[in-house]
Write a protein that binds this ligand. Structure first.
Ligand code: SAJ
Length: 401
């Protein structure tokens, strides 16, 4: 069997590698020539534990090859980004472009699967597009939606072990997609229709966003009330039916901070809670930036000199190199803008170089700084010694108690 993966990003690349590892012949297609070149050398362009070794193996064995154009295959998977436009409306133009690219290669009996997070109805839309481009294939190809559910940082395990929801445009398509995913997924494959599968993905990430918003709201209340929010949550979670998540510097990444808008833009009146959760999680990053700016001002008034400030972490969550939609990056930019004349040290242990931010070693920054703001709870930061001399703004529970 041969599969063509359109998109070798944070999800497409690991999935292509795992599929190739299961014996499927894989061609991975990406518009970025650097990604194609690196993949063909067996080098991954993302940080993901364990993935490098697997990539080298499947490239050496000839099971995975990358290119900028698709090749005739039996299965085509669309794993490209779905960002949103300025007004938070989903932008499915990459899904559409990838669909157009594979259309000439499709033949009778082939399977076409969308994995990209998509607004409800996208799979049907792409089916209609394919039939418009290749009318002779109507009713002769299988089309399904199967959202990915993996957590960056634990991708290999989750790709193989997580349950998957698979929804075809008809039951034959669902069955065909189930047969494909059986090659490399050990979790249960749940059958549904395409619209429900699309909605399921949006529901999962919106649900997490709402839950994090609750934790972030608690952190704002606790800050005013003089209560340690980490201790509070730990205690509340001792209740057998309470399970509160952790507050942080906001919600980032290309999933949780984006997907709820796919619902709020299309169902604005029905999605009040989802909408409010987005507002709270966005506000949390703004609030953190204000806290840092106030601390700088207070330090100046007390010590009659500008403080050295360390901003610890830039990625959107702990122990990864991914800066997409990162609240830490937003906070850093905002503080740099507003406190341009202050000595600000920026730290991100998972990134070597950044085109905009000059990065500093985390131990050096921590030692030098008068004010330390933890924006991401990277594992390295947890090993730093407590220092009562410094002003510590711990937005994500590095030192918890
Ligand atoms: N965060 C908190 N507090 C928490 C948990 C997370 O503030 O208690 C923040 C993180 O710091 C980060 C953001 O939320 O900024 C999102 O991180 P995450 O770990 O919750 O999720 P992602 O974006 O890495 O992955 C999510 C996952 N979805 C769910 O857990 C429902 C993953 O399974 C999906 O595959 C992925 O989105 C996706 O691709 O959609």
């Amino acid at each position: 069997m041969k599969a063509c993966f359109m998109g070798l990003g944070y999800i497409g690349l690991p999935t292509a590698i795992i599929a190739a590892g299961s014996g499927i012949q894989v061609i991975g297609v990406d518009v970025n020539p650097k990604v194609v070149e690196m993949t063909n050398r067996g080098v991954i362009h993302i940080v993901e534990p364990g993935l490098q070794e697997l990539c080298s193996e499947v490239v050496e064995s000839g099971k995975l090859k990358a290119s900028d154009v698709p090749e005739e295959s039996d299965v085509y998977l669309i794993v490209v980004p779905t960002p949103f436009k300025g007004n938070h409306e989903p932008d499915i133009s990459y899904v559409e472009a990838a669909t157009r690219m594979v259309a000439p290669f499709l033949k009778k009996g082939d399977l076409f699967v969308i994995e990209s997070t998509s607004p409800v109805g996208t799979t049907e839309k792409m089916a209609n597009l394919l039939y418009a481009l290749r009318p002779e294939l109507e009713g002769k190809i299988y089309i399904a939606y199967c959202p990915e559910r993996v957590l960056p940082g634990n991708v290999i395990y989750e790709l193989m072990q997580n349950d998957r929801v698979i929804g075809g445009i008809n039951s034959e398509s669902t069955e065909k997609a189930i047969q494909f995913y059986r090659h490399f997924v050990r979790g249960t494959l749940h059958r549904t229709n395409a619209r429900t599968a699309e909605m399921c993905k949006l529901t999962e990430n919106s649900s997490r966003d709402v839950q994090i918003a609750f934790a972030n709201e608690l952190s704002l209340i606790c800050d005013k009330a003089g209560i340690n929010v980490w201790e509070l949550i730990e205690l509340a979670n001792k209740h057998p039916r309470v399970n509160i998540l952790q507050p942080g510097s906001g919600v980032g990444g290309h999933c949780i901070a984006v997907d709820p808008y796919f619902l709020t833009s299309e169902f604005p009146y029905e999605s009040q809670l989802i909408s409010k959760a987005r507002e709270i999680n966005n506000y949390k990053a703004f609030w953190c930036a204000e806290k840092i700016e106030n601390a700088i001002l207070r330090f100046f008034l007390e010590h009659h000199r500008k403080p050295v400030v360390a901003l610890m972490g830039l990625s959107f969550k702990p122990d990864i190199d991914d800066l997409r939609e990162s609240p830490a990056k937003y906070i850093t930019s905002k503080v740099l803008q507003r406190s341009a004349d202050t000595d600000i040290l920026i730290v991100e242990p998972n990134v070597h170089e950044h085109p905009v931010f000059k990065l500093t070693d985390y131990k050096f920054a921590y030692t030098r700084a008068d004010i330390v703001a933890f924006l991401v709870s990277h594992k390295e930061f947890k090993t730093l010694p407590h220092n009562k001399e410094k002003v510590i703004l711990d937005f994500c529970g590095v030192f918890k108690k």
